[in-house]
Design a protein around this ligand. Structure first.
Ligand code: GLN
Length: 479
């Protein structure tokens, strides 16, 4: 039977003739089929994936130098464009829409030899933390099907968790890769803002959005980042810096980063689950015993970060989503009306789900003339303060560690009527998006209730190298 551990081992097995790309694709298609009830996939490209695998197998000789993602089976969150394939942001608004171009990340995956096996369910327009806001039904956590997988990239996380593919790409605007990775017990990386081109990523809040990577081991995540990162003429916000060799960086054992900060207020927060607090503190002790210098730093702005995030992202969303009016893009109402405004209203009311509407209205409100300064300008000022604070922390430390989420995966439906509680669950993840730094969740712990949870690591702008190296060291320490 096909077994996957790492891309490196898979490539060895391909070259030794122990497996084939077709065998890999068949394995994943069968697994996806057996797990259909998890609702992780909106569409599976079974025939196409098999055809791509057959072609790779036919061309390969024993001495072929394999491209970095050769035959690697990848799934895409339903917000990342794949030319000539549907992309809907899990919304009725874009149901049936076919992308006319590739996202840059998709193109880079394909050029590196990856096989894209399907598109994955998520919260509508990436707004949510539980995957209960998809127009196509909730996704179930494979470890406990009564529980949510997290969101918004819930389908992408479950796909890796349940061995439906080797790697998934998601998007992270306020934690949507790290939080589901935490709930599902896998790795979720959000690179720094601008490390990966956003071209072809359906926008939620453009100054926060970043494509992220799910995997089961850090080497594969590093290898995927290597492929999809880098300058892109289609995205002016993408970093022009050269992409370091992440795989080589992981092998480098000398001189490892060791000065680490954590936010005192975050670990003392009353909303933090006691078992998560205890595990994080226990790990801090372990790290200290292994020669790391770990210190608490003050973070007085903690209470402001969730409101700041929701003011700014809803403002950006209200602007980004204005294009879905039934004329330029999106669902067009068939109810008859002679009035253009009524036509927009009908189309948008029918096309968008409840959570998206709530955010558009909130965003429109914070941008309205009477409240602009009180909310939007104020939130921008807080964002600037957070940036200054971050710079001062990284002047003395190589990394910041925090829990990823204050509580483990909850039951489906449990928080549906308590949107505020759901928003507060983002308290530890939105910081990295507000200041644009790289962050990762690595699966280190198990809650007394049996669910996994992770540790979050953040490093300074553009320093994914230290982030990946620390992740590897911490994962090894926990073995
Ligand atoms: N849970 C956050 C929200 O609902 C994060 C979403 C995301 O990162 N796309 O906004």
């Amino acid at each position: 039977m096909f077994r996957f551990s790492t891309i490196k081992d898979y490539h060895k097995a391909l070259q030794n003739g122990q497996t084939t790309c077709v065998e890999a694709v068949r394995f994943y298609i069968n697994k996806i089929q057996a797990d259909q009830h998890l609702n992780a996939w909106l569409e599976v490209y079974a025939d196409e994936a098999l055809a791509a695998a057959t072609k790779l197998d036919a061309e390969r000789k024993s001495d072929t130098v394999l491209s970095p993602l050769y035959g690697v089976v990848v799934g895409l969150k339903d917000v990342i464009c794949y030319k000539d394939h549907r992309v809907s942001a899990s919304s009725r608004m874009l149901e049936g829409f076919v992308s006319v171009y590739h996202a840059t990340a998709t193109k880079k995956l394909l050029d590196a030899g990856a096989i894209i096996i399907g598109r994955q369910n998520c919260d509508e327009f990436a707004m949510g933390s539980s995957n209960e806001h998809s127009a196509f039904g909730p996704v179930k956590n494979a470890l406990d099907e009564a529980r949510v997988p997290g969101g918004s990239s819930g389908g992408s996380a479950v796909a890796v968790q349940a061995d439906h593919c080797m790697i998934s790409l998601g998007s992270d605007t306020g934690g949507s890769v790290r939080q589901p990775a935490d709930f599902c017990g896998i790795i979720g990386l959000k690179p720094g803002y601008g490390r990966i081109s956003r071209y072809g990523l359906i926008a939620y809040a453009s100054s926060f959005d970043q494509i992220g990577i799910f995997g089961k081991n850090i080497e594969d995540v590093a290898c995927t980042l290597q492929v999809i990162a880098g300058a892109d003429e289609f995205d002016s916000t993408v970093s022009q810096l050269p992409v370091p060799d992440y795989t080589a960086a992981l092998e480098n054992r000398d001189d490892h980063p060791k000065r680490i900060a954590y936010f005192k207020e975050a670990l003392d927060h009353p909303g933090l689950d006691p078992a998560i607090k205890a595990a994080t503190e226990g790990f801090i002790k372990k790290l200290t015993a292994h020669g790391y210098i770990i210190e608490a730093v003050d973070f007085e702005l903690l209470e402001y970060i969730v409101p700041t995030y929701y003011v700014l992202t809803t403002a950006e969303a209200s602007s980004n989503l204005s294009r879905y009016d039934g004329v330029r893009f999106g669902h067009r109402s068939t109810q008859s009306t002679d009035d253009l405004t009524d036509f927009y209203k009908l189309s948008r009311s029918e096309g968008f789900g409840k959570e998206v509407k709530r955010r558009i209205m909130l965003g429109t409100f914070v941008l309205s003339a009477g409240y602009y300064d009180a909310y939007f300008t104020k939130a921008q000022q807080v964002r600037r303060k957070l940036q200054l604070l971050t710079e001062s922390v990284f002047a003395s430390y190589d990394a910041i560690i925090l829990p990823t989420v204050p509580a483990p995966a909850y039951r489906i439906g449990e928080l549906q009527n308590d949107q505020l509680a759901m928003f507060l669950g983002d308290i530890y993840t939105v910081f990295a998006n507000l200041v644009g730094i790289p962050a990762i969740s690595i699966p280190l712990f198990q809650h007394p209730n049996g669910m996994p949870f992770g540790l979050q690591i953040m490093t300074s702008q553009d320093d994914e190298v230290s982030l990946l190296r620390l992740s590897k060291q911490f994962l090894e320490l926990s073995e």
